[in-house]
Design a binder for this molecule. Structure first.
Ligand code: VGL
Ligand code: ZN
Length: 201
């Protein structure tokens, strides 16, 4: 099948239990993106997942003077991908913010099990266009989208496949505006799926 996504990849940002309802740093409706992401993944030749992966004494935690409750602690259930996410579709896994003394919101700061960066993995697959989904819109998704643009990718933020923390009520909306003003395309999953369908006819 001729695919329009030959030079594209879809990136799943931190779709982990702790960012979903019931988790330590729950994002409202965070789990509602899971079926949307499951529908998107089969359209892409390369599916990449990134995870927040903190040691128990991480600098971003309140006990260490940071802004967040403990979350995504290495090896805990909270750090696992959401159980309804179709992991069989994920081709490569990255982890970030894994050392105690530094935080990282962008997946471009993460590495895979062999120490390879996300940028290296995408360039090795000749990816030029990156479709971004995940949690949370106003933190890790935003940082990842802005880094992707800096690294030269054409970036599509799939707005219904992400949710915001919204510490302030319009943080998510502002984050989307900032992504757009830096050159990201804001699209819906429906638009992406229709685009994929048109190509396969
Ligand atoms: C995130 C806060 C702290 C995120 C990670 O994935 O957006 N937010 N750590
Ligand atoms: Zn974190």
């Amino acid at each position: 099948m001729e695919s329009r996504f030959r030079d594209a990849a879809v990136l799943l940002v931190d779709i982990q239990n702790d960012f979903c309802p019931g988790g330590a740093l729950a994002v409202s409706e965070g789990d509602e993106i899971v079926p949307v992401v499951n529908r998107l993944m089969p359209e892409f030749p390369f599916v990449v997942s990134g995870r927040d992966w903190h040691p128990a004494d991480h600098i971003s935690f309140k006990e260490q003077g940071g802004p967040w409750p403990p979350h995504c602690v290495q090896g805990t259930r909270g750090a696992e991908l959401h159980p309804r996410l179709d992991r069989s579709r994920i081709d490569a896994h990255f982890r970030k913010a894994a050392s105690p003394d530094a935080d990282a919101y962008s997946e471009f700061e993460g590495t895979d099990e062999s120490g390879r960066s996300l940028d290296e993995a995408l360039k090795a697959r000749h990816v030029r266009r990156l479709y971004v989904t995940g949690l949370a819109t106003d933190y890790c998704v935003k940082a990842t989208v802005l880094d992707a643009i800096k690294n030269g990718y054409e970036v599509f933020a799939i707005t219904d496949a992400m949710r915001a923390v919204d510490v302030e009520p319009d943080d998510g909306a502002k984050a989307l505006e900032e992504m757009k003003s830096r050159g990201a395309h804001l699209v819906t999953s429906r638009e992406v799926l229709e685009y994929a369908e048109e190509a396969s006819r």
